[in-house]
Design a binder for this molecule. Structure first.
Ligand SMILES: *[C@@H]1O[C@H](CO)[C@@H](O)[C@H](O)[C@H]1NC(C)=O
Length: 239
């Protein structure tokens, strides 16, 4: 949750609340006008993007409690709806059975490409397939597999040293932070052959992981901030 705490929002004042209420009303009207004749089985609406925005500082808890209530649900936004699911059957359908029908889409590409470029996590189609092919060598070629398990083992060893030191001195530790550092170090070694040194506290590694964390937060922020493009254009606020 730490990563979300960096972003802070003003308390909802009357104006944004009124704007939000108006937009929700428009959405409902649009929904009634254009969808009433279709007999499609849409998942229930669990809220709007404004609910997500107001709960951004506790977004995991917020989304978790919604998913306990509805296993699959919709979040309305002015430009399209988000569908969330924790139903294993749906997850299998999306990630496997009908994978080609569930691209990331242009909106996600726009949100992520400043950070991830045309990387595998931002693109669809041929661009995705080509990178996926390259990445899968990682897991199929013996030489690479041996190399990466050696790297993972080395960093796991480093991680256990840190943990046992903290444990024996009876201090508190942030396990998410440690695991993030472990992942970064491992991925850098395996992917780029570079010793980033986040776990061992090297200055460059620290600076990189901080920047990476902040950029990730910014991406999450964009997903719930409908004005992000305006802000980027004007070079203001969170952008
Ligand atoms: C995948 O989705 C498309 C479009 O909704 C549908 O026509 C097709 O039958 C689906 N395929 C499978 C295997 O469910």
């Amino acid at each position: 949750m730490d990563s979300f705490a960096i972003i802070s929002f003003p308390n909802p004042t009357t104006l944004p609340t009124a704007v939000a209420a108006l937009l929700i009303l428009l959405l409902i009207m649009k929904h009634l006008l254009f969808h009433s004749s279709k007999k499609r089985n849409y998942p229930p609406v669990a809220g709007t993007i404004f609910h997500m925005l107001f709960n951004l500082h506790r977004i995991s808890e917020h989304q978790t409690s919604l998913s306990r209530k509805y296993k699959t649900f919709r979040i309305l936004t002015p430009f399209g709806n988000y569908v969330f699911t924790v139903d294993p059957d749906n997850v299998e359908y999306i990630l496997k059975t009908n994978f080609s029908n569930y691209g990331k889409g242009d909106i996600n590409y726009q949100v992520m490409s400043d950070f991830l470029g045309d990387g595998i996590f931002a693109v669809d189609g041929d661009k995705w397939r080509q990178q996926r092919k390259i990445a899968s060598f990682e897991f199929s070629t013996k030489v690479l597999r041996d190399y990466s398990s050696r790297a993972f083992k080395n960093y796991a060893l480093k991680l256990t040293e840190i943990i046992s030191k903290v444990a024996s001195s009876n201090q508190m530790m942030d396990i998410q932070d440690l695991l993030m550092k472990f992942s970064l170090d491992s991925i850098f070694k395996i992917g780029f052959g570079v010793e980033l040194g986040v776990l061992s506290g090297l200055q460059e590694g620290k600076a990189f992981s901080k920047a990476f964390d902040e950029a990730s937060c910014q991406i999450v922020h964009r997903l719930v901030d409908i004005f992000w493009k305006v802000k980027r254009f004007l070079n203001i606020g969170s952008e």
